[in-house]
Design a protein around this ligand. Structure first.
Ligand code: ADP
Length: 170
């Protein structure tokens, strides 16, 4: 019953009860995805502090089995680091034990973010448009000198969205 109402096949009206909405295949799938929010599919974020060494961040990447790490400063989102960012620095001559992650990350305000109540479709569009693998899910906490201070509350990656498609068909 929950699936039938969530997908819009059945509609519920007070006093009338459940009735067939008349919606057909493609519209149902489109509506299902349009109404799904980021909060329903997000994963736990993997976050390190800005002074963490590049070496320790790479260890975290392996231990947590993720492709993107988020960086925070004083509890607020300050950066994003991807697999290729790590590769770039690791093939150079830098001492990755001494180098802080803050030196290699993509920084605010250049980070593409998403919010809990945004639609999954919006997240997918941002991932495609900006050619990134993963978005931090954020909440605006405050503002300082005209800059937003964002708390990291989740992670949405290409994997989350692919899983959703597979589950839907199953
Ligand atoms: P990879 O570099 O491993 O292919 P991405 O395509 O996700 O992974 O990252 C490409 C570049 O974009 C990297 O330099 C990374 O720091 C940056 N990046 C990754 N995610 C984001 C994001 N959400 N917002 C802004 N920049 C990002």
């Amino acid at each position: 019953m929950a699936i039938l109402t969530a997908t819009g096949i059945l509609e519920a009206r007070p006093k009338v009860g459940y009735f067939y909405s008349g919606k057909k295949g493609f519209n149902l799938i489109a509506d299902y995805f349009k109404n799904l929010t980021v909060s329903e599919i997000k994963s736990r974020p993997v976050v390190v502090n800005e002074d963490t060494s590049v070496y320790d961040a790479i260890v975290t990447l392996f231990l947590e089995d993720v492709g993107t790490i988020f960086v925070q400063n004083n509890g607020y989102l300050s950066g994003v680091v991807s697999r290729k960012d790590f590769l770039k620095i690791a093939i150079g001559n830098s001492d990755i034990h001494k180098m802080p992650i803050g030196m290699i990350m993509t920084r605010m305000p250049n980070i593409i973010t998403i919010r809990d109540d945004d639609s999954v479709i919006k997240a997918a569009q941002k991932i495609i448009e900006h050619e990134v693998d993963c978005l931090p899910v954020v909440e605006k906490v405050d503002e300082k000198n005209g800059k937003e201070l964002l708390r990291i509350v989740g992670r949405v990656s290409k994997t989350n969205i692919t899983k959703l498609l597979a589950q839907f068909v199953e």
